[in-house]
Design a protein. Structure first.
Length: 125
């Protein structure tokens, strides 16, 4: 997956929204960039990442494959069951909302995490 660059001068973050998908398909999400000063309502996920030795699963971000841990994929399936088929809320998940291969982006986003968690409507742990 190729991330669209963030504008660090505007303190931007990415948020995901789960799209309805079948129980046997990979989770599908849309991903969008928002200025930290103009965020829509969103929730944040706080969880332990899978170990590197565990097999990876696939999440579809804007119809493109992205590797994710099995724990995160399991969250998406359970979250969809809870939310049903209606509109799903925006979600911030560090593993997918931060380009983990981009050191410069990670160094910019990590100091924003306290603001990201404090501005969300709920934290799911």
């Amino acid at each position: 997956y190729q991330y669209e660059p963030l504008n660090t001068a505007k303190k931007q973050i990415r948020l995901l929204r789960l799209q309805s998908s079948g129980p046997s398909s990979d989770p599908h999400c849309e991903i969008s960039i928002f200025d930290l000063s103009a965020l829509p309502p969103y929730i944040a996920l706080s969880y332990a990442w899978d170990e590197d030795s565990k097999p990876k699963s696939t999440v579809m971000l804007d119809n493109k494959k992205c590797s994710a841990g099995q724990t995160l994929c399991a969250f998406f399936f359970h979250f969809q069951e809870i939310c049903g088929k209606g509109d799903h809320p925006w979600i911030w998940i560090d593993q997918l909302c931060i380009d983990q291969e981009n050191v410069q982006e990670k160094n910019h986003q990590i100091p924003l995490m306290s603001t990201i968690y404090s501005q969300c409507s709920h934290v799911i742990a």
